[in-house]
Design a binder for this molecule. Structure first.
Ligand code: AMP
Ligand code: GLY
Length: 425
């Protein structure tokens, strides 16, 4: 069959890498894609939220499966758009309906969902401009640090964690009254601070059945030792060494099952990934957030460990037969290190020539913000190229990634040299 992937990051290159290996895939398209996807698929210059153009492409190229990478088209309802169109409704869409995508699109909705289905998470209340005074009074009842979350999508920047009481109250006002994050902060969730170590769990569901993919830990801050501004993610490790069988069984019983059952009970059409951000508090998992897609760069560490044919897995999602699937996971550890443009996550320059890609050995190169300029590959984003390696443990895998990164070059290239610093091997 012909397949279309939406997106242009390392996540989408990883999907393309796996899908291109499948005998079930005839022609593979990526919109808009990057220089990495261009080498194994056909890139098409269509924006991920331009549903009419996506429909035209699907019709023209006889696409039978649509794999949605980022959250924006899902929150805007691309899955419903396909379902409601007589010419598109038989196409398998990997990505939930708009109601499902609200688990990521609204923090308040995610908290309500967890409350209804008894899923462990931080205590919270939510506020609007009208209830600003009550919001400030609520902050006064909490102990620092204070956690303020813009309700809507804010490109990963909508969460503030503040030590100072007065600053927390001022920021609440900035968010609600002064629309610090635009419409996304017209509502703000204030929640209890959870102290612990983070990890992520990835679930692929057909709305009834599910499979749990390998765990991963992502390194979000730009600076070593987890300092500085938040980024989309500077590296990832899979599996997470501290997520042993006993802890995973708690996650499955207390979080994954009630989440999938909750979606079914609420009659939410959900065929796609659930990315559950967790924090281990003492010995117990609590949910920090839901995302309705795979993570980036987590995908680059997780999917290379999944031995199953990805297209076959997606077909089972489409037919609601995931109960017939047994996942086969590579026991080795995977590490991903992301190279970024100098200045990222703030302003940075694009168009720098990237050299050395072809000299990388024994690691997988996943392109993120890259494009072809003539026959040169140049930088085209903040996150540029991810290097994934597999080995018996994550330390050995990391060594491979770091050795190979030394062969890569572009002007202003940066990367974190301490991925995994907080984990025992
Ligand atoms: P989110 O966008 O909800 O994932 O939040 C971004 C980051 O803020 C998370 O990855 C955590 O590091 C941190 N965070 C969010 N909520 C909490 C919380 N309740 N307690 C502690 N840290 C949090
Ligand atoms: N790496 C975090 C995310 O994809 O949201």
């Amino acid at each position: 069959m012909n397949i279309l992937i939406l997106g242009s990051g390392g996540r989408e290159h990883t999907f393309a890498y796996k899908i291109a290996q499948s005998d079930l895939c005839d022609q593979l398209f990526v919109a808009p894609g990057n220089a990495g996807t261009a080498a194994i698929a056909t890139n098409v210059s269509v924006a991920v939220t331009d549903f009419a153009e996506i429909k035209a492409l699907v019709r023209k190229e006889n696409i039978e499966m649509l794999v949605v990478g980022p959250e924006d088209p899902l929150v805007q309802g691309i899955s419903d758009y396909f379902q409601e169109d007589a010419e598109l409704k038989d196409i398998v869409v990997i990505g939930p309906s708009k109601r499902g995508a609200l688990l990521e699109g609204s923090k308040e909705r995610a908290k309500e969902f967890m409350a209804i289905h008894h899923i462990p998470t931080a205590a919270y209340q939510s506020f609007t401009e009208e209830s600003l005074v009550a919001g400030k009074a609520f902050i006064e009842t909490l102990a620092p640090p204070y956690v303020l979350k813009a309700d809507g999508l804010a490109a990963g920047k909508g969460v503030l964690i503040l030590q100072d009481l007065e600053e927390a109250k001022t920021e609440l006002e900035n968010m609600l009254t002064n629309k610090k994050f635009g419409a996304a902060s017209e509502k703000v969730v204030i929640e209890e601070f959870l102290d612990g170590i983070e990890l992520s769990v990835f679930v692929l569901t057909d709305g009834k059945n599910y499979v749990t993919l390998p765990t991963a830990k992502d390194y979000k801050r730009i600076g070593e030792g987890d300092t500085g501004l938040n980024t989309g993610g500077m590296g990832a490790i899979s599996p997470v060494p501290f997520a042993d069988a006993a802890f995973m069984s708690k996650i499955e019983e207390q979080i994954i099952k009630p989440t999938v059952d909750g979606l079914a009970k609420e009659n939410i059409d959900y065929k796609g990934f659930i990315f559950i951000g967790l924090i281990k508090v003492g010995n117990d998992p609590k949910v920090i957030e839901y995302n309705v897609r795979m993570g980036d760069p987590e995908t680059e560490a997780v999917l290379p460990r999944v031995k199953n044919d990805l297209v076959s897995l997606f077909q089972h999602v489409g037919n609601q037969t995931l109960d017939q699937v047994k996942l086969e996971i590579d026991k080795r550890s995977a590490t991903t290190v992301m190279t970024v443009s100098g200045g990222y996550p703030e302003a940075y320059e694009k168009g720098k020539e990237i050299t050395g890609i072809e000299s990388i050995e024994d690691s997988i190169v996943f392109h993120a913000g890259t494009k072809f300029e003539g026959d040169k590959v140049v930088t085209n984003g903040g996150r540029v190229i991810a290097i994934t390696s597999l080995d018996d443990n994550f330390k050995k895998a990391l060594q491979k990634s770091y050795q190979n990164i030394k062969k890569l070059h572009f002007d202003t290239m940066c990367y974190r040299k301490d991925i995994g610093f907080d984990l025992a091997p």
